[in-house]
Write a protein of this length. Structure first.
Length: 192
């Protein structure tokens, strides 16, 4: 049975961010960044800073039962970089911070100059992965993005997810490989 996908409200913020934290708990890049489990679980404010603007903008999608969440930022909204960097400085070892900041600069090189939607975070609770929730979250977002007639962009930090994004029209733009961090793949989908 397909899950009901709805727009996350302010009341859903904590649950949506918690679902993101669960879903990224085995992500190669995020866990490279923060390999210590108890410290990783304190990343709530960092994830909220990176994608929480989607909730403020009415562009965060959540699967019923908080089984999955996708935080899409419309063209006029950006991550809260100041708060995000502050959280990184609290919880990430210095050597990895330096690599992360270089990776974030590389993100900017790939991020399209034109007005576009941006997906900083999408995740499914591990207990529900493989049940089509990620696809349903993508379908809901693609419908909204296509209504606007705009392109969209994301960075895949997990190579297993690339095929999901490709099914929705995304193409790999290149690879970001800096230091000993896992490779990240920026992906772009033209306007439809």
């Amino acid at each position: 049975m397909k899950p009901v996908i709805s727009i996350a409200s302010e009341d859903d913020r904590s649950s949506a961010i918690s679902t993101i934290i669960l879903g990224f708990s085995s992500d190669p890049f995020v866990r490279w960044l923060c390999p210590h489990g108890p410290t990783y679980l304190k990343f709530h404010a960092a994830f909220n800073a990176f994608g929480g603007g989607a909730i403020d903008s009415g562009s965060a999608f959540i699967a019923e039962g908080n089984r999955g969440a996708a935080l899409w930022l419309p063209p006029t909204v950006e991550p809260d970089s100041e708060t995000f960097i502050g959280e990184v400085e609290k919880f990430v070892v210095k050597e990895r911070q330096e690599v992360l900041f270089r990776i974030l600069e590389a993100f900017e090189e790939y991020h399209p100059d034109e007005s576009c939607w941006y997906l900083p975070l999408i995740a499914v609770d591990p207990a529900h992965q493989g049940s089509g929730i990620g696809s349903e979250l993508m379908k809901a977002a693609m419908s909204r993005i296509d209504e606007d007639g705009l392109p969209s962009y994301l960075e895949s930090s997990n190579p297993r997810n690339i095929s999901l994004y490709e099914r929705y029209g995304y193409e790999v733009m290149g690879q970001i490989k800096i230091g000993d961090a896992p490779t990240i793949h920026p992906m772009y989908r033209p306007a439809r």
